[in-house]
Design a protein around this ligand. Structure first.
Ligand SMILES: NC(=O)c1ccc[n+]([C@@H]2O[C@H](COP(=O)([O-])OP(=O)(O)OC[C@H]3O[C@@H](n4cnc5c(N)ncnc54)[C@H](O)[C@@H]3O)[C@@H](O)[C@H]2O)c1
Length: 494
Protein backbone atom coordinates (compact mmCIF):
# COMPACT_ATOMS: atom_id res chain seq x y z
CA UNK A 1 0.00 0.00 0.00
CA UNK A 2 1.39 3.40 -0.81
CA UNK A 3 1.09 6.39 1.42
CA UNK A 4 -0.42 8.29 -1.47
CA UNK A 5 -3.60 6.25 -1.42
CA UNK A 6 -3.83 6.10 2.34
CA UNK A 7 -2.94 9.71 3.18
CA UNK A 8 -3.66 12.00 0.25
CA UNK A 9 -3.22 15.23 2.23
CA UNK A 10 0.53 14.87 2.61
CA UNK A 11 2.71 17.14 0.44
CA UNK A 12 4.42 13.87 -0.56
CA UNK A 13 1.32 13.01 -2.55
CA UNK A 14 2.39 15.64 -5.07
CA UNK A 15 5.26 13.60 -6.48
CA UNK A 16 4.53 12.49 -10.02
CA UNK A 17 4.80 8.76 -9.28
CA UNK A 18 2.92 8.15 -6.00
CA UNK A 19 4.11 4.54 -5.88
CA UNK A 20 7.49 5.89 -4.81
CA UNK A 21 5.99 7.07 -1.55
CA UNK A 22 5.99 4.05 0.73
CA UNK A 23 5.08 3.93 4.38
CA UNK A 24 5.82 0.28 5.15
CA UNK A 25 9.14 -1.47 5.66
CA UNK A 26 10.40 -3.69 2.84
CA UNK A 27 11.26 -7.20 4.03
CA UNK A 28 11.69 -10.34 1.95
CA UNK A 29 10.20 -8.55 -1.05
CA UNK A 30 7.03 -7.57 0.84
CA UNK A 31 5.85 -4.18 2.12
CA UNK A 32 5.49 -4.94 5.79
CA UNK A 33 3.89 -3.09 8.71
CA UNK A 34 4.71 -3.60 12.38
CA UNK A 35 3.08 -6.64 13.99
CA UNK A 36 1.62 -4.14 16.50
CA UNK A 37 0.52 -1.75 13.70
CA UNK A 38 2.62 0.95 15.42
CA UNK A 39 3.71 3.92 13.31
CA UNK A 40 5.73 7.10 13.75
CA UNK A 41 5.15 10.49 12.10
CA UNK A 42 7.57 12.20 9.77
CA UNK A 43 7.41 15.99 9.36
CA UNK A 44 8.96 18.59 7.10
CA UNK A 45 11.66 20.45 9.08
CA UNK A 46 10.97 23.66 7.12
CA UNK A 47 7.40 24.16 8.32
CA UNK A 48 6.53 21.23 10.57
CA UNK A 49 3.99 19.93 8.01
CA UNK A 50 3.05 16.33 8.56
CA UNK A 51 4.33 14.11 5.74
CA UNK A 52 3.09 10.71 6.77
CA UNK A 53 3.12 7.89 9.29
CA UNK A 54 5.67 5.14 8.75
CA UNK A 55 5.66 1.60 10.13
CA UNK A 56 7.50 1.38 13.44
CA UNK A 57 8.95 -2.11 13.54
CA UNK A 58 10.35 -3.84 16.61
CA UNK A 59 13.24 -6.15 17.43
CA UNK A 60 11.23 -9.26 16.45
CA UNK A 61 10.48 -7.72 13.06
CA UNK A 62 14.12 -6.81 12.57
CA UNK A 63 15.13 -10.46 13.12
CA UNK A 64 12.70 -11.39 10.33
CA UNK A 65 14.62 -9.10 8.00
CA UNK A 66 17.81 -11.04 8.80
CA UNK A 67 15.93 -14.32 8.18
CA UNK A 68 14.93 -13.00 4.75
CA UNK A 69 18.44 -11.78 3.92
CA UNK A 70 20.00 -15.03 5.11
CA UNK A 71 17.54 -17.10 3.06
CA UNK A 72 18.36 -15.07 -0.06
CA UNK A 73 22.11 -15.07 0.45
CA UNK A 74 23.15 -18.40 -1.08
CA UNK A 75 21.32 -17.82 -4.32
CA UNK A 76 22.38 -14.14 -4.61
CA UNK A 77 26.02 -14.93 -3.89
CA UNK A 78 25.99 -17.55 -6.65
CA UNK A 79 24.29 -15.25 -9.19
CA UNK A 80 26.52 -14.62 -12.17
CA UNK A 81 28.44 -11.36 -11.73
CA UNK A 82 26.97 -10.08 -15.02
CA UNK A 83 23.44 -10.57 -13.68
CA UNK A 84 24.17 -8.72 -10.45
CA UNK A 85 25.78 -6.00 -12.50
CA UNK A 86 22.74 -5.69 -14.79
CA UNK A 87 20.38 -5.33 -11.83
CA UNK A 88 22.53 -2.65 -10.19
CA UNK A 89 22.69 -0.79 -13.49
CA UNK A 90 18.93 -0.99 -13.89
CA UNK A 91 18.50 0.36 -10.37
CA UNK A 92 20.84 3.23 -11.31
CA UNK A 93 18.83 4.00 -14.48
CA UNK A 94 15.59 3.99 -12.51
CA UNK A 95 17.13 6.51 -10.12
CA UNK A 96 17.98 8.73 -13.07
CA UNK A 97 14.49 8.38 -14.54
CA UNK A 98 12.89 9.24 -11.19
CA UNK A 99 15.43 11.90 -10.24
CA UNK A 100 12.97 14.72 -9.74
CA UNK A 101 10.58 12.71 -7.56
CA UNK A 102 13.43 11.31 -5.46
CA UNK A 103 14.86 14.82 -4.99
CA UNK A 104 11.48 16.23 -3.94
CA UNK A 105 10.84 13.43 -1.46
CA UNK A 106 14.27 14.22 0.03
CA UNK A 107 13.63 17.96 0.23
CA UNK A 108 10.31 17.43 2.00
CA UNK A 109 11.69 15.14 4.70
CA UNK A 110 15.26 16.45 5.01
CA UNK A 111 14.84 20.16 4.24
CA UNK A 112 17.87 20.60 1.99
CA UNK A 113 17.68 22.96 -1.01
CA UNK A 114 16.19 21.36 -4.13
CA UNK A 115 19.34 21.67 -6.25
CA UNK A 116 21.42 20.03 -3.49
CA UNK A 117 18.87 17.20 -3.34
CA UNK A 118 19.09 16.72 -7.11
CA UNK A 119 22.88 16.68 -6.77
CA UNK A 120 22.63 14.05 -4.06
CA UNK A 121 20.43 11.82 -6.23
CA UNK A 122 23.06 12.01 -9.00
CA UNK A 123 25.85 11.31 -6.51
CA UNK A 124 23.87 8.42 -4.98
CA UNK A 125 23.21 6.95 -8.43
CA UNK A 126 26.92 7.14 -9.26
CA UNK A 127 27.64 4.53 -6.59
CA UNK A 128 25.20 2.06 -8.15
CA UNK A 129 26.65 2.68 -11.59
CA UNK A 130 30.22 2.33 -10.31
CA UNK A 131 29.52 -0.87 -8.39
CA UNK A 132 27.60 -2.29 -11.35
CA UNK A 133 30.98 -2.20 -13.14
CA UNK A 134 32.90 -3.54 -10.15
CA UNK A 135 30.45 -6.43 -9.82
CA UNK A 136 31.70 -7.73 -13.17
CA UNK A 137 35.32 -8.04 -12.12
CA UNK A 138 36.50 -11.56 -11.40
CA UNK A 139 36.56 -12.53 -7.74
CA UNK A 140 39.38 -15.00 -8.29
CA UNK A 141 42.80 -13.43 -8.55
CA UNK A 142 44.43 -16.32 -10.42
CA UNK A 143 47.57 -18.00 -9.19
CA UNK A 144 49.11 -15.77 -6.56
CA UNK A 145 51.75 -18.16 -5.23
CA UNK A 146 52.97 -21.76 -5.14
CA UNK A 147 53.14 -24.14 -2.24
CA UNK A 148 55.22 -27.16 -3.11
CA UNK A 149 53.31 -28.64 -6.08
CA UNK A 150 50.16 -26.69 -5.40
CA UNK A 151 49.02 -23.51 -7.08
CA UNK A 152 47.60 -21.00 -4.67
CA UNK A 153 44.62 -18.91 -5.76
CA UNK A 154 43.07 -16.00 -3.92
CA UNK A 155 39.27 -15.98 -3.94
CA UNK A 156 37.19 -13.13 -2.64
CA UNK A 157 33.85 -14.34 -1.40
CA UNK A 158 30.83 -12.43 -0.15
CA UNK A 159 30.68 -12.65 3.64
CA UNK A 160 26.91 -13.03 4.08
CA UNK A 161 24.32 -10.65 5.50
CA UNK A 162 25.36 -7.01 5.97
CA UNK A 163 23.56 -4.47 8.17
CA UNK A 164 23.62 -0.91 6.84
CA UNK A 165 22.69 1.98 9.14
CA UNK A 166 22.37 5.43 7.58
CA UNK A 167 21.92 9.01 8.84
CA UNK A 168 19.49 11.76 7.84
CA UNK A 169 21.88 14.24 6.24
CA UNK A 170 22.44 12.24 3.02
CA UNK A 171 19.51 9.83 3.05
CA UNK A 172 20.07 8.48 -0.48
CA UNK A 173 23.83 8.59 -1.02
CA UNK A 174 24.81 6.98 2.29
CA UNK A 175 22.51 4.08 1.44
CA UNK A 176 23.64 3.49 -2.14
CA UNK A 177 27.33 3.85 -1.22
CA UNK A 178 26.94 0.95 1.20
CA UNK A 179 24.33 -1.12 -0.65
CA UNK A 180 26.03 -0.81 -4.05
CA UNK A 181 29.29 -2.21 -2.65
CA UNK A 182 27.58 -4.95 -0.63
CA UNK A 183 25.30 -6.19 -3.41
CA UNK A 184 28.11 -6.08 -5.97
CA UNK A 185 30.22 -8.23 -3.67
CA UNK A 186 27.37 -10.75 -3.44
CA UNK A 187 26.11 -9.93 0.06
CA UNK A 188 22.47 -9.45 0.99
CA UNK A 189 21.54 -6.49 3.19
CA UNK A 190 19.27 -5.26 5.94
CA UNK A 191 19.12 -1.45 6.09
CA UNK A 192 17.92 0.91 8.75
CA UNK A 193 17.40 4.53 7.68
CA UNK A 194 17.14 7.36 10.17
CA UNK A 195 13.64 7.96 11.58
CA UNK A 196 13.86 11.55 10.32
CA UNK A 197 14.23 10.51 6.66
CA UNK A 198 12.75 7.07 5.96
CA UNK A 199 10.90 8.00 2.75
CA UNK A 200 14.05 8.35 0.65
CA UNK A 201 15.22 4.84 1.62
CA UNK A 202 11.77 3.35 0.99
CA UNK A 203 11.61 5.00 -2.45
CA UNK A 204 14.98 3.40 -3.24
CA UNK A 205 13.57 0.04 -2.12
CA UNK A 206 10.64 0.50 -4.52
CA UNK A 207 13.13 1.11 -7.35
CA UNK A 208 15.28 -1.86 -6.28
CA UNK A 209 12.20 -4.04 -6.58
CA UNK A 210 11.46 -2.65 -10.05
CA UNK A 211 15.08 -3.29 -11.02
CA UNK A 212 14.46 -6.98 -10.38
CA UNK A 213 16.64 -7.33 -7.28
CA UNK A 214 15.28 -10.57 -5.83
CA UNK A 215 13.17 -10.73 -2.68
CA UNK A 216 15.26 -10.77 0.50
CA UNK A 217 18.41 -9.33 -1.08
CA UNK A 218 17.68 -5.70 -0.12
CA UNK A 219 15.57 -5.10 2.98
CA UNK A 220 14.68 -1.79 4.67
CA UNK A 221 13.47 -1.77 8.26
CA UNK A 222 11.97 1.43 9.69
CA UNK A 223 11.37 2.24 13.34
CA UNK A 224 13.22 2.95 16.57
CA UNK A 225 16.95 2.63 15.88
CA UNK A 226 18.01 1.03 19.15
CA UNK A 227 15.28 -1.64 18.93
CA UNK A 228 16.09 -2.53 15.36
CA UNK A 229 19.86 -2.30 15.29
CA UNK A 230 20.86 -3.84 18.61
CA UNK A 231 19.50 -7.29 17.64
CA UNK A 232 21.53 -7.03 14.41
CA UNK A 233 24.72 -6.29 16.35
CA UNK A 234 24.14 -9.42 18.46
CA UNK A 235 23.10 -11.67 15.55
CA UNK A 236 25.98 -13.85 14.40
CA UNK A 237 24.38 -14.20 10.95
CA UNK A 238 25.04 -10.50 10.36
CA UNK A 239 28.69 -10.60 9.31
CA UNK A 240 29.26 -6.90 8.57
CA UNK A 241 27.86 -3.80 10.15
CA UNK A 242 28.37 -0.60 8.18
CA UNK A 243 27.33 2.53 10.02
CA UNK A 244 27.32 6.22 9.14
CA UNK A 245 26.41 8.60 11.91
CA UNK A 246 27.73 10.14 15.07
CA UNK A 247 30.88 8.93 16.84
CA UNK A 248 28.80 8.43 19.99
CA UNK A 249 26.43 5.92 18.36
CA UNK A 250 29.38 4.37 16.49
CA UNK A 251 31.08 3.59 19.81
CA UNK A 252 27.88 2.02 21.13
CA UNK A 253 27.51 -0.25 18.08
CA UNK A 254 31.21 -1.18 18.30
CA UNK A 255 30.68 -2.38 21.87
CA UNK A 256 27.44 -4.19 21.01
CA UNK A 257 29.08 -5.98 18.07
CA UNK A 258 32.04 -7.28 20.06
CA UNK A 259 30.40 -10.58 20.99
CA UNK A 260 29.83 -11.67 17.40
CA UNK A 261 33.19 -10.36 16.13
CA UNK A 262 31.79 -8.90 12.95
CA UNK A 263 33.50 -6.65 10.46
CA UNK A 264 32.76 -3.01 11.17
CA UNK A 265 32.79 -0.09 8.79
CA UNK A 266 32.24 3.22 10.52
CA UNK A 267 31.89 6.65 8.95
CA UNK A 268 31.58 8.88 11.99
CA UNK A 269 31.86 12.52 12.91
CA UNK A 270 34.14 15.16 11.45
CA UNK A 271 35.50 18.49 12.66
CA UNK A 272 37.16 19.68 9.47
CA UNK A 273 39.83 22.38 9.57
CA UNK A 274 40.39 24.77 6.67
CA UNK A 275 43.92 26.19 6.55
CA UNK A 276 44.50 29.31 4.44
CA UNK A 277 48.12 30.38 4.02
CA UNK A 278 48.96 33.92 2.93
CA UNK A 279 50.19 32.78 -0.49
CA UNK A 280 46.84 31.12 -1.34
CA UNK A 281 44.85 32.42 -4.26
CA UNK A 282 42.40 34.39 -2.14
CA UNK A 283 39.34 34.45 -4.43
CA UNK A 284 39.54 30.68 -4.75
CA UNK A 285 40.14 30.15 -1.03
CA UNK A 286 37.04 32.18 -0.13
CA UNK A 287 34.87 30.58 -2.80
CA UNK A 288 35.90 27.01 -1.92
CA UNK A 289 35.56 27.61 1.82
CA UNK A 290 32.04 28.91 1.21
CA UNK A 291 31.24 25.53 -0.37
CA UNK A 292 32.99 23.60 2.39
CA UNK A 293 31.04 25.46 5.07
CA UNK A 294 27.52 25.95 3.78
CA UNK A 295 26.64 22.79 1.82
CA UNK A 296 23.73 20.88 3.39
CA UNK A 297 23.21 23.98 5.59
CA UNK A 298 26.38 23.00 7.45
CA UNK A 299 24.99 19.57 8.38
CA UNK A 300 27.74 17.65 6.67
CA UNK A 301 30.42 15.45 8.21
CA UNK A 302 32.79 17.12 5.72
CA UNK A 303 31.63 20.61 6.75
CA UNK A 304 34.34 23.17 7.54
CA UNK A 305 34.12 23.69 11.28
CA UNK A 306 37.34 25.63 11.95
CA UNK A 307 38.83 28.12 9.51
CA UNK A 308 42.47 29.00 10.29
CA UNK A 309 43.80 31.97 8.29
CA UNK A 310 47.40 33.27 8.32
CA UNK A 311 47.48 36.60 10.14
CA UNK A 312 48.72 38.76 7.24
CA UNK A 313 45.60 37.93 5.16
CA UNK A 314 43.23 37.34 8.06
CA UNK A 315 41.28 40.63 7.94
CA UNK A 316 40.90 40.41 4.18
CA UNK A 317 39.66 36.80 4.33
CA UNK A 318 37.23 37.57 7.18
CA UNK A 319 35.76 40.56 5.35
CA UNK A 320 35.28 38.66 2.11
CA UNK A 321 33.90 35.53 3.77
CA UNK A 322 31.43 37.51 5.89
CA UNK A 323 30.34 39.56 2.90
CA UNK A 324 29.72 36.44 0.78
CA UNK A 325 27.89 34.78 3.68
CA UNK A 326 25.67 37.84 4.11
CA UNK A 327 24.46 37.31 0.54
CA UNK A 328 23.29 33.72 1.17
CA UNK A 329 19.57 33.13 0.90
CA UNK A 330 17.72 31.19 3.60
CA UNK A 331 14.43 29.47 2.93
CA UNK A 332 12.35 26.35 2.42
CA UNK A 333 14.16 23.68 0.43
CA UNK A 334 11.52 23.68 -2.33
CA UNK A 335 12.27 27.36 -3.04
CA UNK A 336 15.89 26.32 -3.61
CA UNK A 337 17.67 28.77 -1.31
CA UNK A 338 21.36 28.49 -0.34
CA UNK A 339 20.53 27.44 3.22
CA UNK A 340 17.56 25.39 4.44
CA UNK A 341 16.33 24.47 7.90
CA UNK A 342 18.19 22.35 10.43
CA UNK A 343 17.00 18.81 11.04
CA UNK A 344 15.69 19.14 14.57
CA UNK A 345 15.48 21.28 17.70
CA UNK A 346 18.65 19.74 19.17
CA UNK A 347 20.62 20.99 16.16
CA UNK A 348 19.28 24.52 16.65
CA UNK A 349 20.13 24.38 20.36
CA UNK A 350 23.70 23.40 19.44
CA UNK A 351 24.13 26.42 17.15
CA UNK A 352 22.86 28.69 19.91
CA UNK A 353 25.13 27.13 22.51
CA UNK A 354 28.20 27.34 20.26
CA UNK A 355 27.56 30.98 19.30
CA UNK A 356 26.83 32.11 22.88
CA UNK A 357 29.84 30.27 24.25
CA UNK A 358 32.21 31.73 21.64
CA UNK A 359 30.87 35.28 22.13
CA UNK A 360 31.14 34.97 25.93
CA UNK A 361 34.78 33.97 25.45
CA UNK A 362 35.54 36.99 23.24
CA UNK A 363 34.64 36.03 19.64
CA UNK A 364 33.23 38.72 17.32
CA UNK A 365 30.03 38.14 15.31
CA UNK A 366 30.68 39.26 11.72
CA UNK A 367 27.28 38.21 10.44
CA UNK A 368 24.17 36.37 11.62
CA UNK A 369 24.43 35.12 15.19
CA UNK A 370 20.82 34.23 16.02
CA UNK A 371 17.79 32.15 15.12
CA UNK A 372 16.16 33.00 11.80
CA UNK A 373 12.62 34.36 11.73
CA UNK A 374 11.47 31.81 9.10
CA UNK A 375 10.68 29.15 11.66
CA UNK A 376 11.85 27.27 14.73
CA UNK A 377 14.39 25.13 12.84
CA UNK A 378 16.10 27.97 10.93
CA UNK A 379 19.37 29.56 12.01
CA UNK A 380 21.02 32.59 10.36
CA UNK A 381 24.26 31.78 8.55
CA UNK A 382 26.73 33.01 11.12
CA UNK A 383 30.39 34.01 10.91
CA UNK A 384 32.43 34.30 14.10
CA UNK A 385 35.94 35.78 14.06
CA UNK A 386 38.76 35.79 16.64
CA UNK A 387 37.37 32.61 18.15
CA UNK A 388 39.47 31.58 21.15
CA UNK A 389 41.02 28.12 21.36
CA UNK A 390 38.86 26.97 24.27
CA UNK A 391 35.55 27.83 22.57
CA UNK A 392 33.23 24.83 22.18
CA UNK A 393 32.98 25.39 18.44
CA UNK A 394 36.71 24.69 18.11
CA UNK A 395 36.44 21.58 20.28
CA UNK A 396 33.39 19.75 18.84
CA UNK A 397 31.38 19.26 15.67
CA UNK A 398 28.87 22.13 15.22
CA UNK A 399 26.98 20.47 12.37
CA UNK A 400 25.18 23.61 11.31
CA UNK A 401 25.47 27.06 9.71
CA UNK A 402 28.02 28.65 12.02
CA UNK A 403 31.59 29.33 10.83
CA UNK A 404 34.51 29.99 13.19
CA UNK A 405 37.54 31.91 11.87
CA UNK A 406 40.83 31.99 13.75
CA UNK A 407 44.16 33.70 12.92
CA UNK A 408 47.46 31.78 13.02
CA UNK A 409 51.12 32.77 12.75
CA UNK A 410 53.22 29.72 11.85
CA UNK A 411 52.91 26.49 9.90
CA UNK A 412 53.88 24.44 12.93
CA UNK A 413 51.21 26.12 15.06
CA UNK A 414 48.40 25.62 12.56
CA UNK A 415 49.24 21.95 11.96
CA UNK A 416 49.25 21.34 15.71
CA UNK A 417 45.89 23.09 16.11
CA UNK A 418 44.33 21.35 13.11
CA UNK A 419 45.34 17.94 14.49
CA UNK A 420 44.27 18.73 18.04
CA UNK A 421 40.98 16.80 17.85
CA UNK A 422 39.69 13.26 18.20
CA UNK A 423 38.39 13.50 14.62
CA UNK A 424 40.29 13.02 11.35
CA UNK A 425 37.90 12.89 8.40
CA UNK A 426 38.82 15.71 6.01
CA UNK A 427 41.06 18.79 6.02
CA UNK A 428 41.11 21.62 3.48
CA UNK A 429 44.38 23.33 2.63
CA UNK A 430 44.84 26.54 0.62
CA UNK A 431 48.44 27.36 -0.30
CA UNK A 432 50.63 27.72 -3.38
CA UNK A 433 54.13 26.77 -2.29
CA UNK A 434 54.63 23.12 -3.34
CA UNK A 435 56.99 22.16 -0.51
CA UNK A 436 54.66 23.64 2.06
CA UNK A 437 51.68 21.82 0.51
CA UNK A 438 53.63 18.56 0.70
CA UNK A 439 54.80 19.08 4.31
CA UNK A 440 51.39 20.11 5.61
CA UNK A 441 49.52 17.40 3.71
CA UNK A 442 51.87 14.78 5.20
CA UNK A 443 51.45 16.19 8.70
CA UNK A 444 47.64 16.39 8.68
CA UNK A 445 46.10 13.40 10.46
CA UNK A 446 43.11 13.15 8.14
CA UNK A 447 41.74 10.46 5.84
CA UNK A 448 41.14 13.01 3.08
CA UNK A 449 42.98 16.24 2.29
CA UNK A 450 41.64 18.70 -0.31
CA UNK A 451 44.25 21.10 -1.66
CA UNK A 452 42.94 24.39 -3.10
CA UNK A 453 39.53 22.82 -3.59
CA UNK A 454 36.60 21.40 -1.66
CA UNK A 455 35.22 18.36 -3.40
CA UNK A 456 36.94 15.16 -2.31
CA UNK A 457 34.19 12.61 -2.74
CA UNK A 458 32.98 10.51 -5.65
CA UNK A 459 32.20 6.88 -6.37
CA UNK A 460 35.76 5.94 -7.46
CA UNK A 461 37.41 7.65 -4.46
CA UNK A 462 37.88 5.95 -1.08
CA UNK A 463 36.04 7.84 1.66
CA UNK A 464 36.84 7.63 5.36
CA UNK A 465 38.69 9.03 8.30
CA UNK A 466 41.57 8.66 10.74
CA UNK A 467 41.19 8.40 14.51
CA UNK A 468 37.63 8.54 15.84
CA UNK A 469 36.16 9.59 12.51
CA UNK A 470 35.84 5.95 11.64
CA UNK A 471 37.01 2.56 10.54
CA UNK A 472 37.54 1.27 7.01
CA UNK A 473 36.77 2.99 3.74
CA UNK A 474 33.70 3.28 1.54
CA UNK A 475 33.50 4.00 -2.17
CA UNK A 476 35.94 2.75 -4.80
CA UNK A 477 37.05 -0.88 -5.04
CA UNK A 478 38.32 -0.55 -1.46
CA UNK A 479 34.71 -0.07 -0.33
CA UNK A 480 33.90 -3.68 -1.29
CA UNK A 481 36.59 -5.20 0.93
CA UNK A 482 34.52 -5.23 4.11
CA UNK A 483 31.87 -7.26 2.29
CA UNK A 484 34.28 -9.98 1.19
CA UNK A 485 36.26 -12.72 2.89
CA UNK A 486 39.55 -13.81 1.42
CA UNK A 487 39.86 -17.52 0.80
CA UNK A 488 43.15 -19.05 -0.33
CA UNK A 489 42.69 -22.23 -2.36
CA UNK A 490 45.69 -24.51 -2.75
CA UNK A 491 45.13 -26.72 -5.79
CA UNK A 492 47.30 -29.75 -6.12
CA UNK A 493 47.73 -30.72 -9.75
CA UNK A 494 50.22 -33.43 -9.05
N1 LIG B 1 31.71 10.09 8.14
C1 LIG B 1 30.64 10.09 7.36
O1 LIG B 1 30.63 9.54 6.28
C2 LIG B 1 29.39 10.76 7.81
C3 LIG B 1 28.41 11.07 6.87
C4 LIG B 1 27.25 11.68 7.31
C5 LIG B 1 27.07 11.95 8.67
N2 LIG B 1 28.05 11.63 9.54
C6 LIG B 1 27.88 11.92 10.96
O2 LIG B 1 26.54 11.62 11.35
C7 LIG B 1 26.14 12.48 12.40
C8 LIG B 1 24.79 13.07 12.09
O3 LIG B 1 23.87 12.10 11.80
P1 LIG B 1 22.80 11.57 12.88
O4 LIG B 1 22.46 12.67 13.84
O5 LIG B 1 21.72 10.92 12.13
O6 LIG B 1 23.67 10.55 13.67
P2 LIG B 1 23.17 9.44 14.68
O7 LIG B 1 24.38 8.75 15.13
O8 LIG B 1 22.26 9.98 15.70
O9 LIG B 1 22.29 8.48 13.76
C9 LIG B 1 22.80 7.77 12.65
C10 LIG B 1 22.00 6.51 12.43
O10 LIG B 1 22.13 5.73 13.60
C11 LIG B 1 20.88 5.36 14.05
N3 LIG B 1 20.92 5.31 15.52
C12 LIG B 1 20.73 6.32 16.38
N4 LIG B 1 20.79 5.86 17.65
C13 LIG B 1 21.04 4.54 17.56
C14 LIG B 1 21.19 3.50 18.53
N5 LIG B 1 21.11 3.73 19.85
N6 LIG B 1 21.42 2.25 18.09
C15 LIG B 1 21.49 2.01 16.78
N7 LIG B 1 21.34 2.93 15.81
C16 LIG B 1 21.12 4.19 16.21
C17 LIG B 1 19.92 6.42 13.53
O11 LIG B 1 18.64 5.90 13.34
C18 LIG B 1 20.51 6.71 12.21
O12 LIG B 1 20.02 5.77 11.31
C19 LIG B 1 27.23 13.53 12.49
O13 LIG B 1 28.06 13.26 13.58
C20 LIG B 1 28.00 13.36 11.20
O14 LIG B 1 29.34 13.80 11.27
C21 LIG B 1 29.19 11.04 9.15
Amino acid sequence: MSLHHALPKSPLAEVSDPRLVRSFSYIGGKWTGAASNATFSVTNPADGAWLGDVAELTGADSAKAVDAAQAAFRSWSMTLPQERSAMLRKWFRLMQENREDLARIMVLEQGKPLSEARGEIDYAGDFLEYYAEEAKRPNIEGVTSHLEDAEVELWREPVGVAALITPWNFPAAMLTRKAGAALAAGCTVVCHPSKETPFSALALAELAERAGIPAGVFNVVTGQPAEIVEPWTKDARVRVLSFTGSTEVGRLLYRQSAETVKTLVMELGGHAPVIVFADAEMDNAVEETMKAKWATSGQDCLGANRIYVERSVYDDFCARFAEATGRLTVGHGMDDPDIGPLMNAAAVAKQKAHVEDAVAKGAKVLCGGAAHELGPLFWQPTVLADVPEDALILREETFGPVAAIVPFDTEEEVVRRANDTEYGLVAYLHAMHPRRIYRVTRALEYGMVAVNRTKVTGAPIPFGGYKQSGLGREGARLGMEAFTEVKYVCRDWA
